[in-house]
Design a protein around this ligand. Structure first.
Ligand SMILES: Cc1cc2nc3c(=O)[nH]c(=O)nc-3n(C[C@H](O)[C@H](O)[C@H](O)COP(=O)(O)OP(=O)(O)OC[C@H]3O[C@@H](n4cnc5c(N)ncnc54)[C@H](O)[C@@H]3O)c2cc1C
Length: 384
C-alpha cells in the first residue's frame, strides 16, 4: 500500500513485513521455487512475525487486525515471494477465517489458537475435479450416521492440505437440494479413509503446496460440523468474497516486485550508448507498470477499507481482484520484456515472477467469474 494511504500503525506493519520479506523471503525464493517444496522456514518466519494469526481474534491468540492490515501483509509477503503469500492467504483468509466466522465457541477455542500461532496450518477444500467455478455442483458427499458424518469423494488443487492441521471441507448431504444441500466440516489428518496427495508440476507458485484430498468413508465427528447443516455453500461464497481482497493485495505485491526489478535493470543495462531507462519506449513500459500497480493498490485498499467499516464491499472486492490479477500478469510480462533475453532465464528473477503471476487470474474466482459478479452489479444499478 502507498504510504500516504496508511496510518502510523499500518506503516509500522508494512515496514516490519517488508524488512522480513527482503531479508528472508526474497533471498530464498529461487531455491524454494526450484525445489518445489513447502518452505517451513518461510512459514515459521511468518508465524514469528504474527502474520499467521493477524486477522484472528485476540482471545484465540490472533491480533484482531482488519482487512487493511491483511492486505498490507499479503502485499509485502508477495513482493518477497508470491508462493509464501499463497500459503498464508489459504491458511488465514480461507481456512482459519471460515472457522472464526462460522465455528461455534468450542470449535474456535479448540482449533484457532494453534492456527493463530502458526503451530498448525489451515487449508480450505471446495474445488473438485468436476467443479471449480461451478462450485455448487460439487459431488463429495457427507452422510450422517450414528452421530457422525461419513465423507466420500475427492477435492483437487487444495493449497496447504499436505501440511495442514485443519482442513475445512465442503460436502453435500443431499445433491437434489443443489447448493442448499452443502455443509462445511473440519477434517484433520489421520482421520480414517483420508488420503492427501501432493500435486507436482505447477507452472508457478511452486513453493506453495497443492494437493488432491480424497475421502473414503471418512468419519467426521458431529462436533466438527461448522455452523448449520445446509449453509456451507453460503459460507464458502462469503469467505471467497473477502478473501479476494487478500488475493488482490497479493497481485499488487507481485506487480510491485516486477516493477522494481524492471526499474533496477533498466538503469543498469546499456544499449546504444545509454541506459535503456533513457529510451522513451522503455520509460513508457515502466510508467504503465507503475500506473497499473498504483491503480490496483488503490482499488484493493478501498475494498479492504469498506470491509473493515462494515459497508458493502463485494463488488469492490471483485473489481480489485480482477484489476489486480490482470495487472500483475501484464506487469510481470513487461518486466521480462524490459530484461530482454536475460529475463527469460532464472538468474534475473523475473522469469519466476512471470510464472507465479499467471495463476492469479484463475484461482479464487477466475477473471471471467469476477466479470460475472461485476456485471450483475452494474446491471442491477442501472435498470431499464
Ligand atoms: C495453484 C492453485 C491453488 C488452488 N488452491 C485452492 C484451494 O486452496 N482450495 C480450493 O478449493 N480451490 C483451490 N484452487 C482451485 C481454483 O479455485 C479453481 O481452479 C478455480 O476456481 C477455477 O476452477 P476450474 O479450475 O475448475 O476451472 P473451470 O471452472 O472449469 O473454468 C475453466 C474456464 O472456463 C471459464 N468459465 C467457467 N464458467 C464460466 C462461466 N459461467 N462464464 C464464463 N466463463 C466461464 C473459466 O473462467 C475458465 O477460464 C486452486 C487452484 C490452483 C491452480
Amino acid at each position: 500500500m502507498s504510504n500516504l494511504l496508511l496510518n502510523e500503525e499500518e506503516k509500522m506493519l508494512q515496514s516490519l513485513v517488508r524488512d522480513f520479506a527482503d531479508r528472508e523471503l526474497a533471498p530464498r525464493a529461487r531455491a524454494v521455487d526450484e525445489s518445489e517444496r513447502f518452505s517451513w522456514e518461510n512459514w515459521q518466519g511468518m508465524a514469528r512475525l504474527g502474520l499467521t494469526g493477524i486477522s484472528l481474534d485476540s482471545q484465540y491468540g490472533g491480533s484482531g487486525a482488519g482487512y487493511r492490515q491483511v492486505a498490507i501483509a499479503a502485499e509485502e509477503v508477495a513482493r518477497g515471494d508470491a508462493a509464501a503469500s499463497v500459503t498464508l492467504i489459504a491458511h488465514l483468509s480461507l481456512g482459519s477465517s471460515t472457522i472464526q466466522r462460522f465455528g461455534n465457541e468450542e470449535q474456535k477455542q479448540r482449533l484457532l489458537p494453534s492456527l493463530a500461532a502458526g503451530k498448525g496450518i489451515a487449508a480450505w477444500a471446495l474445488t473438485e475435479p468436476g467443479s471449480g467455478s461451478d462450485a455448487a455442483a460439487l459431488q463429495t458427499t457427507a452422510a450422517k450416521r450414528n452421530g457422525r458424518y461419513y465423507l466420500n469423494g475427492s477435492k483437487i488443487f487444495i493449497t496447504n492440505a499436505e501440511v495442514a492441521e485443519s482442513i475445512v471441507v465442503f460436502a453435500t448431504q443431499d445433491r437434489s437440494q443443489g447448493y442448499r444441500g452443502i455443509s462445511a466440516f473440519v477434517v484433520q489428518p489421520g482421520m480414517p479413509g483420508l488420503t492427501i496427495t501432493p500435486m507436482h508440476g505447477k507452472l508457478g507458485m511452486r513453493g506453495s503446496s497443492t494437493c488432491e484430498v480424497a475421502f473414503q468413508d471418512t468419519p467426521v465427528p458431529a462436533e466438527n460440523l461448522l455452523g448449520e447443516e445446509g449453509r456451507g455453500f453460503r459460507y464458502a461464497m462469503e469467505i471467497l468474497d473477502s478473501s479476494r481482497i487478500s488475493i488482490a493485495a497479493q497481485c499488487v505485491g507481485i506487480g510491485q516486485a516486477a516493477l522494481e526489478a524492471a526499474v533496477r535493470y533498466a538503469q543498469q543495462r546499456q544499449t546504444f550508448g545509454k541506459p535503456i531507462a533513457q529510451h522513451q519506449a522503455v520509460q513508457f513500459m515502466l510508467a504503465d507498470m507503475a500506473a497499473q500497480v498504483h491503480a490496483a493498490r488503490v482499488c484493493t485498499t478501498q475494498a479492504a477499507t469498506l470491509k473493515d467499516q462494515g459497508l458493502p464491499y463485494v463488488n469492490e472486492a471483485s473489481i480489485a481482484k480482477l484489476i489486480a490479477s490482470e495487472m500483475c500478469v501484464q506487469a510481470a510480462s513487461q518486466a521480462v520484456q524490459v530484461h530482454g533475453g536475460v529475463g527469460y532465464f532464472k538468474e534475473a528473477g523475473v522469469e519466476r515472477i512471470f510464472r507465479d503471476a499467471r495463476v492469479t487470474t484463475i484461482y479464487e474466482g477466475t477473471s471471467e467469474v469476477q466479470r460475472l459478479v461485476i456485471a450483475r452489479q452494474v446491471l442491477a444499478q442501472y435498470p431499464v
